[in-house]
Design a binder for this molecule. Structure first.
Ligand code: APR
Length: 308
């Protein structure tokens, strides 16, 4: 039997995730939203692209969690996106209600699923889904680090005039102003970028990466990024469905790793059939460690606001 993936929220991120995942062909897709007709319409439209694109996954849209029963993976994209001038943290009170309710429904219908959280503020929403679900930490993961890293790699590749495929990098920390693009570990064709780009240029790229989501929000004016975020989700789903054991930057629940306890934040993690199978602890320089602590403090502030 094919795997089953539920995508909650049939808006920009959710519908694009559903499309990308259907095109992978390895799972049937259930698209859920509270708006009547909209997930059904988008799902049917995606399904009808199958004969042309060449996939035969089933894709359905629904307003009922009964249709999501027995999902292997559930992706939470339901929540309001930012408007120009807003930070992701400004969404916390609205999105916490949505993510809490959605998580409760998902857990009832699919008690063994792996949850991937995309709604913002990301790390806090992952923490909330973890708490509400009661799942072990390997089965609740947040998607943000792949996106932040993709932005970092894109800007570095543009500056260097090389393929993005030849640029490797990591962004750690929370998905917000405190994220940490690790310049020390960014490489182009295996060579540290610090050897080929002036410090000032790298600093500008770091700054643009940190504000990368806001740059898109300012351009779109009516929503936030969804093509790159949905691509990030699919990379995580690939790793899980195909048991790839990829090391990807993800929001994961730290239980002593990096000297941090009881909080979700972006770290490199190994993803396979059991979800988040291992947190990779890289040795950080003192200033990187301090930046990670600062990022954790920012996540903790949101956790306090949510009172969870
Ligand atoms: N259950 C299911 N769907 C819901 C619920 C709910 N309780 N509440 C809202 N939704 C749906 C909305 O009806 C809408 O279709 O979530 C969808 C959100 O879609 P968009 O407004 O297009 O937002 P999107 O750009 O997809 O972003 C979703 O991901 O990247 C983050 O910051 C972003 O938090 C935001 C989330």
């Amino acid at each position: 039997m094919r795997k089953k993936i539920t995508v909650v929220g049939a808006g920009n991120v959710g519908a694009t995730c559903a499309q990308r995942l259907a095109e992978r062909g390895y799972a049937d897709i259930v698209l859920v939203d509270i708006i009547e007709g909209m997930p059904q319409g988008k799902a049917l439209d995606i399904l009808e692209s199958g004969p042309v694109v060449g996939f035969d996954s089933n894709v359905i849209g629904t307003n009922s969690y009964a249709d999501t029963a027995g999902s292997d993976i559930a992706i939470i994209t339901s929540g309001v996106p930012r408007k120009p001038g807003m930070s992701r943290d400004d969404l916390v009170l609205t999105n916490m209600k949505i993510v809490k309710g959605v998580t409760e429904e998902l857990v009832k219908a699919s008690p063994n699923c792996i949850i991937i959280v995309v709604a913002n503020p990301l790390d806090a929403m992952a923490q909330l889904a973890f708490k509400v679900s009661g799942f072990p930490r390997n089965r609740v993961i947040g998607m943000s680090g792949i996106l932040d890293t993709a932005r970092f790699r894109t800007f570095l590749a543009q500056e260097l005039g090389v393929s993005v495929e030849d640029v490797a990098a990591y962004v750690l920390g929370g998905h917000g102003d405190t994220m940490i693009p690790l310049t020390r570990m960014a490489t182009v064709g295996g060579v540290p970028v610090t050897e080929v780009l002036p410090e000032e240029t790298i600093s500008k790229i770091v700054e643009r990466t940190v504000k990368g989501g806001g740059e898109i929000v300012a351009l779109l004016k009516t929503g936030s990024a969804f093509y790159a975020p949905s691509a990030g989700v699919v990379q995580m789903v690939d790793a899980i469905i195909l048991d790839k054991q990829n090391i990807l930057p993800c929001a994961a629940y730290l239980d002593g790793e990096y000297g941090i306890n009881g909080v979700f934040v972006g770290v490199p993690a190994k993803l396979g059939k059991n979800g988040m199978e291992q947190i990779i602890e890289i040795k950080l320089m003192p200033e990187e460690e301090a930046a990670l602590k600062k990022s954790v403090d920012a996540v903790r502030e949101l956790i306090e606001i949510m009172k969870i």
